[in-house]
Write a protein that binds this ligand. Structure first.
Ligand code: FWO
Ligand code: ZN
Length: 391
């Protein structure tokens, strides 16, 4: 119930110095020097040693196929659903779940149930309504009702554009989706984000640019993902971000993609910052449990791998240790930036009153040591503390 993390170097994500952090239930109660709590025989106060450790907000993974995904090579290529410890051992304490290519044999009710199961096991979950396909697969039959009525639904996604697997939606269909998500978000105090999956075709961000240039819908309504998947889309996304758009880089990958020019997220972040993209416009997401299918030039399926949640922080770590990005900047792409963009209240920062989602890292190699979600220890000294139901 009550924990005090003593003497860690605290990154909120901005650096606060060596501080103690008091956890009261599922909230951060205080941040300060030499915090203590009076001893009562009816109350156990757990002291966690933060010496030689870095304390960061719990990581937010804004694009995870928690129900599994894939299937692009027929039934045997469906990818497995996620386990709690795939998430917690990656330092992730908040996930946004989504459907992908297959919005038929996987559906929104199952996605909501999976999100609720992970919630019961201790982490915070949200979901996007829909899949690649337009018209959108929903729970209530209506996109706006889904966002307004279902608490965990914060927007629509992942809607596929510029991809041979998309439903080839018209610009007007996407305009309407962005408009509906926006107003439903307003009416329910949510972001109402339209999460767009971008494929490899040369049409890239064309439809999104058409929307932000020719309608009243603002840039911040849309979060395009996989924008690092090839060099030409990456270039275009830098221009888009400098004009005001958000861009999300996918951290799960495969050496074949790097050969085909996919931009490693840690490098993508460095290039963006060097070219003047405001750092608050950039997020990373893992595409965990999503398929990473490879198609040949005739768009025939060759094979696929499965995305992993652990790639999320691995890319942030590389950005710091290899690409020289300051930790307080690199951390933003998986903490305060997604929290702001997705309007996740009380998430993404170490601040009094915020949710007690925290990660302790070794200060030398940034290895994940301890993970706390809603005040509950999920991983302690690198060992799984609270295993999920099916671990
Ligand atoms: C990306 C999810 C892709 C699923 O293009 O979109 O397929 O439904 O599970 N994954 N299709 C992966 C690239 C960004 C590497 C998905 C997948
Ligand atoms: Zn996708």
């Amino acid at each position: 119930m009550i924990k005090i993390i003593k003497g860690a170097k605290v990154y909120a994500p901005e650096y606060l110095g060596k501080k103690d952090v008091l956890i009261l239930g599922d909230k951060i109660g205080a941040i300060g020097k030499d915090l203590s709590f009076p001893k009562y025989d009816f109350l156990d106060v757990e002291i966690i040693n933060g010496e030689n450790k870095i304390l960061t907000p719990g990581f937010i993974d804004s694009h995870v196929h928690i129900l599994g995904g894939g299937g692009e090579g027929s039934f045997r290529t469906r990818t497995p659903e996620i386990k709690l410890t795939d998430i917690t051992t990656a330092g992730v304490t908040t996930v946004i779940g989504c459907l992908g290519t297959d919005g038929i044999t996987r559906n929104m009710i199952s996605l909501l149930a999976k999100a609720r199961s992970l919630d019961e096991e201790g982490i915070t979950t949200y979901i996007y309504t829909g899949s690649y396909h337009v018209p959108v697969t929903t729970i209530t039959g209506d996109v706006m009702k889904d966002i307004i009525i279902v608490d965990k639904i914060i927007g629509v996604g992942e809607i596929a554009l510029s991809d041979h697997r998309s439903s080839q939606p018209t610009v007007d269909e996407i305009k309407r989706l962005a408009a509906d998500a926006r107003v439903a978000g307003m009416l329910s105090g949510k972001a109402g984000i339209l999460n767009i999956h971008l494929g490899d075709s040369k049409r890239m961000l064309d439809i999104i640019l058409e929307i932000v240039e020719n309608t009243e819908i603002p840039f911040y309504q849309i979060l395009p993902t996989h924008t690092n998947r090839n060099p030409y889309l990456f270039r275009e996304s830098i221009r888009y971000a400098k004009e005001g758009g958000y861009i999300d880089f996918t951290t799960s990958s495969d050496p074949i993609f790097w050969e085909n020019g996919e931009v490693k997220p840690s490098k993508a972040l460095k290039v963006c910052l060097e070219e003047g993209v405001p750092n608050q416009r950039i997020t990373f997401s893992s595409d965990g449990q999503g398929s990473l299918p490879v198609f040949n030039e005739k768009k025939e399926f060759i094979g696929l791998r499965v995305g992993k949640s652990k790639t999320l922080f691995n890319e942030v770590k590389d950005a710091v240790l290899i690409d020289g990005i300051p930790l307080e900047i690199a951390l933003k792409v998986i903490t305060s930036n997604p929290a702001t963009i997705l309007k996740l209240n009380n998430k993404g920062r170490i601040e009094k009153g915020f949710d007690a989602d925290l990660v302790l890292l070794d200060e030398n190699d940034l290895a994940i040591d301890t993970v706390i979600a809603k005040g509950q220890i999920m991983v302690f000294n690198k060992k799984i503390n609270v295993s999920g139901t099916f671990d």
